[in-house]
Ligand binder design. Structure first.
Ligand code: SF4
Ligand code: SF4
Ligand code: SF4
Length: 415
């Protein structure tokens, strides 16, 4: 098998195909700290793409309550157990100094691809087919915390709550090295060169469910009425700008643009022929993932190089976050809890427009206050962030301090 470079692992790894990268990569940042689990994203996807017969169990977007919830149930614990079976106790990161090519250090354990080889399997990656039961009840264990019998007083103190849960928002990660694509014996899955979106060609699919088995995030789903697999399509007509209201410019997907909690920012990352992200600190996603490193990949150790990034929840015990987001979790939380002046402005871009922001600028405003965060003084400025589309046209302008609208006593308690 050829070697490909996985920057999230900080090292090469084996993969079925040689490196080939799209010009642009579909990507997003989800801020877990802001999610209220309203499931508006879930229903936006459902009502657009999966409302037909045979798609009843398909939740291409789902929001689950961690640590107990999951769809399908136990998807991550099951895969972590398989990894541990292939390499007992080996799922570790070394503590070496971060570099641009290895921002989280180096993963020394085995990926899902390497674990399959270690176990002598003929499959491309380790995996399993969830049972029918595991595809029921997509929101089971909603709001169920861990350690719920602990004293409430102790439970609610930062930096780590002793009684805790959080919401995890999940769509297909449109991975750089998709396990679903590698697994398919029919070569029915492909990654689009123009935007890195991973799609299933339903004409070629014969329903072997190898993608369902080997995607560690369990995002391909089998449809019994057509006997082929389906998955999140990244709302590609909106990315292509063919939605009538987009005037030909790329738009954010349905689940992103519907988000009530303003937790999602989606965009396109420019990728070089070698797979490295083109350096562009004025792109909001590049800035948060590569420069500020406040947003991290989900289970990077699986090895698929997922392209949805998460700002980790501030209150959750760190060992859990290290396992889920890798060794960058502490630094990401520290940067989010006391954000830099530039990050304060970029966080205001979330859900201010349906258009894809390719570039941002910050216009300096006056100082509006300061506060103490973990012993450090943090200054607040009423800067303005300005977002531009790919043609350089301004599409959004938002101040850090959101305007206060006084509706007067006449309109109190009216909608
Ligand atoms: S719409 Fe946004 S806030 Fe609501 S559940 Fe989805 S991600 Fe969370
Ligand atoms: S998340 Fe799963 S289905 Fe989506 S691209 Fe990655 S491996 Fe494929
Ligand atoms: S990107 Fe589109 S298809 Fe994918 S989960 Fe979101 S709404 Fe559904």
């Amino acid at each position: 098998m050829p070697d490909v470079y996985n920057w999230q692992l900080g090292r090469p790894m084996t993969y079925r195909f040689r490196e080939a990268h799209p010009k642009w990569q579909f990507a997003a940042v989800f801020n877990i700290n802001r999610c209220i689990a309203c499931q508006t994203c879930t229903m936006a996807c459902k009502s657009t793409w999966t409302f037909s017969e045979g798609q009843e169990h398909m939740w291409w977007n789902n929001v689950e309550t961690k640590p107990y919830g999951g769809y399908p149930h136990h998807w991550d614990v099951n895969t972590l157990k398989l990894l541990d079976k292939a390499d007992p106790g080996g799922q570790k990161w070394d503590g070496r100094t971060a570099t641009p090519a290895a921002p989280y250090g180096q993963f020394t354990g085995k990926t899902i691809f390497e674990a399959a080889a270690a176990l002598g399997k003929t499959d491309e990656a380790i995996g399993y087919l969830p049972t029918d039961d595991e595809w029921t009840a997509p929101n089971i264990f909603e709001d169920t915390p861990r350690n719920r019998r602990e004293s409430e007083l102790q439970a609610t103190s930062l930096p780590e709550h002793r009684t805790w849960f959080f919401y995890l928002q999940r769509i297909c990660n449109h991975c750089t090295y998709p396990a679903c694509l590698a697994a398919c014996p029919r070569n029915a899955i492909y990654k689009r060169p123009e935007d890195g979106i991973v799609l299933i060609d339903e004409q070629r699919c014969r329903g072997y469910r190898k993608c369902v088995e080997q995607c560690p995030y369990k995002k391909p789903m089998f449809r019994s009425t057509t006997r082929v697999s389906e998955k999140c399509i990244a709302c590609y007509p909106r990315i292509e700008g063919t939605d009538p209201i987009s005037e030909g410019e790329p738009m954010e997907t349905r689940c992103m643009s519907a988000c009530v909690g303003k937790i999602r920012l989606q965009g396109l990352i420019e990728v070089g022929a070698d797979g490295r992200w083109a350096v562009n600190p004025d792109n909001p996603l590049y800035y948060m993932v590569r420069e500020e490193q406040v947003a991290l990949p989900l289970y990077p150790q699986f090895g698929t190089e997922p392209n949805i990034y998460y700002i980790p929840p501030r209150w959750v015990p760190r060992p859990y976050l290290h396992q889920m987001f890798g060794p960058g979790a502490d630094a990401a939380i520290e940067r989010y809890a006391a954000p830099s002046r530039r990050l304060q402005a970029v966080l205001q871009l979330f859900r201010t427009t349906q258009r894809i922001v390719h570039r941002f600028e910050v216009v300096n405003g006056h100082k509006i206050g300061e506060m103490n965060v973990a012993g450090k003084t943090m200054e607040l400025f009423n800067d303005t962030v300005v977002g531009f589309d790919r043609n350089g046209k301004e599409i959004v302008r938002q101040s850090v301090m959101e305007p206060l609208h006084d509706r007067g006593p006449k309109y109190l308690n009216t909608i």
